[in-house]
Design a protein around this ligand. Structure first.
Ligand code: ADP
Ligand code: MG
Ligand code: MG
Ligand code: MG
Length: 392
């Protein structure tokens, strides 16, 4: 091991690390560039120019830039990320980058280079549809949730595993930025002045506050399974054939419905940015994700369940029903926070025409609110279309 005291890597340092690890052939002509786009982490891509082979080195920074200031943020999230990728690889290796090496004290994960794929958010904004996206994400979620839950693994071992994914600082970011700040007049919020009336209506909406508080409580208390915790379309690499999930630094034992909800929300945020005739593939992805998820989860339930009550009539239906209702509610919170909270999405912010952009954002706020308030009344994902249309 090359473990040492933490310091941020330079490009040369990243090259040296991969050479020491023997990840490139002797004497390979290596170049390195920092390609990260975030405020939290460095991402280096080291390439052998002749063999055209790359390696990724991701390193957590000990602080996050939030509203112009630096906040200390635990380096432990790098261990969480590499351990989550390894745990997921135990169930669905086809959907995560291979981890070659990790170092806790340097907060580093060395992994497979996925540059032949495209970040799904970027592709979706360009109008791509990624025909297999929902098949793959549905399978990823079904298997990782089932196998890390009290239904799919030894219940004592599950408690041990959950302990190794205790992630309070990253959870707090979600608790604040997804479930709290956007619903109050908080300094982290960020929205066009033209939206103020719409936003203040949310801040004064007691009925909405009660429902968001219930959803936040679920996020705080329900440890169903190891969830990714940040499964937006910027955490997904895709092509027409392949899908890979990256960036699980927010992973922890959380509610079944959370990842599904965030994924749905980010498909909806993209739909909000498209002309109506091009929205259908996104709704189809939502339907298909849910269908694939329930099919695979149910199959595993019947074949691999360790819980003595597994065969009790009605239990699977109860679990799936609550997962569905929660996912719709979480999706509503995510749609709202990506519109007026601290971290926006390029799908909406990239709409160049100001009036169209404001219109899409008002639509987003109404849709988010309906998803939260109507979540108990939706009979299927197909009804999300009607909510979408009614909230124009
Ligand atoms: P952050 O936690 O800072 O958001 P990400 O893990 O999402 O970091 O990575 C940021 C960016 O770095 C991604 O959007 C992508 O462009 C690039 N990147 C990350 N991991 C890989 C990878 N395995 N292969 C290629 N590019 C990657
Ligand atoms: Mg980023
Ligand atoms: Mg990311
Ligand atoms: Mg991240």
């Amino acid at each position: 091991s090359y473990s040492s005291v933490y310091e941020p890597l330079t490009e040369q340092g990243a090259i040296s690390l991969t050479v020491r690890l023997g990840l490139f052939r002797e004497g390979a002509p290596l170049v390195c560039r920092e390609i990260g786009d975030g405020n939290l982490n460095l991402v280096f891509r080291i390439v052998d120019k002749e063999a055209k082979k790359g390696i990724i080195v991701k390193q957590a920074l000990p602080y996050a830039k939030v509203v112009g200031e630096s906040w200390p943020l635990t380096l432990k999230r790098a261990v969480i990320e590499s351990n989550a990728l390894r745990t997921f690889a135990g169930y669905v290796p086809q959907y995560v980058p291979k981890v070659y090496y990790s170092d806790e004290s340097l907060a580093i994960t060395v992994m497979e280079d996925l540059s032949h794929l495209q970040i799904a958010r970027k592709g979706l904004i360009e109008g791509k549809t990624y025909p297999l996206l929902s098949q793959h994400i549905g399978e990823f979620i079904a298997k990782t949730l089932f196998y890390t839950s009290d239904f799919g693994m030894n219940q004592q071992e599950k408690k041990q595993l959950a302990q190794s994914f205790v992630n309070p600082e990253l959870c707090k970011i979600t608790e604040d930025l997804v479930f709290t700040d956007p619903f109050f007049n908080h300094e982290t919020n960020n929205f066009e002045e033209e939206l103020r009336d719409d936003v203040e209506a949310l801040w004064n909406d007691d009925k909405l506050h009660l429902e968001v508080a219930k959803l936040k409580r679920k996020f705080l208390t329900e440890g169903d399974a190891l969830i990714h915790g940040d499964l937006h379309t910027g955490s997904i690499f895709a092509s027409d054939e392949e899908t890979k999930i990256i960036d699980p630094e927010f992973a922890f034992y959380g509610p079944f419905g959370f990842d599904i909800g965030q994924f749905f929300a980010n498909l909806l945020l993209n739909a909000l940015s498209r002309p109506e005739p091009q929205q259908e593939p996104l709704f189809a992805h939502i339907d298909s994700t849910w269908k694939v998820f329930t099919t695979i989860f149910s199959e595993l339930w019947h074949t691999n369940n360790v819980e003595p009550y597994a065969k009790t009539k009605g239990l699977l239906e109860e679990v799936l029903h609550h997962t569905f209702v929660d996912a719709i509610g979480f999706a509503g919170c995510e749609v709202i926070r990506r519109t007026i909270g601290l971290a926006h999405v390029a799908d909406l912010d990239g709409i160049e025409n100001k009036e169209e952009r404001l219109q899409a954002k008002r639509h987003a706020l109404r849709l988010g609110r309906s998803l939260i308030l109507q979540r108990q009344n939706l009979a299927s994902t197909e009804e999300i279309r009607s909510l979408f249309t009614e909230s124009v």
